[in-house]
Ligand binder design. Structure first.
Ligand code: SF4
Length: 342
């Protein structure tokens, strides 16, 4: 079976042969070693006769034109629309997944929008008056080969490209994505090493490494933590993440503290809003300049305030911008520069 007749089945870009017909997938840091006929942890890649194929090249589960604020990306083309696509499957095991209907599904079970060619996707972005593209909903790294083709075309058309990711791709995958035209990413930092290992089956140090690489390569970065009671809501965990953002990524990297709701196999009640407000104060105390609450509609901490004088700069309601009063990228009251890509 060579997969040529099925457009969503394509030879995977990053793989290495092992003895006995096994092949190692080098797309994400799980580095699955697949025996002939075997699928990877994410269920999007399979070893067919000694080669790994992706099963999800352009196989789109969800598609919509979303405000960039929904990613969330608050300091990147505010008020713009990004045509957003995601496929099936995931390389993490989080039991609280808020997108489990697509992430926990085998691509061969789901249909969704079916196959969308890269050129068709970019044409749709233009038709829907989007300023850019976004690969999210499920883990975008699983769409690696399609993302590279989309990003190259989109960049030629003057569109921006974004990823909303758990940050678990290999260094080779990350470098390929950046080279193809990634402009911005929102990366989830889910907690301390032990909690991420226990619940998600992953090593959070890889995620930190990739965040540092994104910053080094000039990609606009924002970080999100879904704050979950009993998992990552202790002072030690949240202060620890804030301090690492400050020292390893920079004090101006925005941090989104988002509210968890019960989903999939996790039934702990929703995060109290007071916990998020407390975490926000803690992060400001550490010295982060831009900290936001998420999944708490119309909360004043969804807004951007000047870190120097406290002036309200961007007022948000849900995913829309009610008011933006920056002047040449600066606070109109005190003149502080506000990092924001447009
Ligand atoms: S993408 Fe990750 S989880 Fe999926 S097969 Fe490759 S190494 Fe395994």
């Amino acid at each position: 079976m060579d997969g040529h007749s099925i457009p969503s089945m394509k030879e995977a870009l990053l793989q290495e042969g092992l003895p006995d017909g096994k092949v190692r997938c080098l797309t994400c840091e799980r580095r699955c070693a697949l025996a002939p006929g075997e699928k990877g942890f994410c269920r999007t890649r399979v070893n067919r006769e000694g080669k790994i194929y992706t099963l999800v090249y352009g196989l789109i589960a969800s598609l919509s034109a979303n405000p960039i604020e929904k990613k969330p990306l608050f300091h990147f083309f505010p008020g713009s629309l990004a045509l957003t696509a995601g496929t099936w499957g995931c390389n993490f095991a989080c039991p609280w997944c808020q997108n489990w209907e697509i992430s926990k599904r085998d691509p061969e079970e789901g249909y969704g929008h079916g196959y969308i060619a890269p050129a068709e996707f970019v044409a749709l972005a233009n038709r829907y008056h989007c300023q850019g593209t976004s690969i999210s909903f499920n883990e975008p790294t699983l769409l690696l080969e399609w993302a590279l083709d989309v990003f190259r075309l989109a960049r030629k058309e003057g569109l921006y490209n974004t990823f909303v990711t758990n940050g678990y791709m290999t260094r080779e995958a990350l470098e390929a994505i950046v080279e193809a035209g990634l402009d911005a990413a929102n990366v989830d930092i889910k907690g301390e090493r032990e909690a991420v290992r226990r619940y998600c089956g992953a090593d959070v140090e890889v995620v930190w490494r990739n965040c540092r690489l994104l910053v080094e390569q000039g990609v606009h970065l924002e970080v999100t933590t879904l704050v979950i009671p009993g998992v990552n809501d202790s002072e030690r965990t949240l202060r620890g993440i804030a301090e690492r953002i400050y020292t390893e990524l920079g004090p101006e990297v925005p941090w989104h503290l988002t509210r968890y709701f019960p989903a999939y196999e996790f039934h702990t009640p929703p995060t109290p809003v007071s916990t998020l407000e407390w975490a926000h104060a803690l992060a400001k105390e550490v010295g982060l300049a831009f900290v936001y609450l998420g999944n708490v509609p119309d909360h004043p901490l969804e807004n951007t305030y000047c870190p120097r004088c406290g002036a309200l700069l961007i007022e948000r309601h849900g995913f829309s911008i009610a008011h933006c009063q920056l002047e040449d990228g600066r606070c109109p009251d005190c003149g502080r520069r506000i990092p924001l890509r447009m």
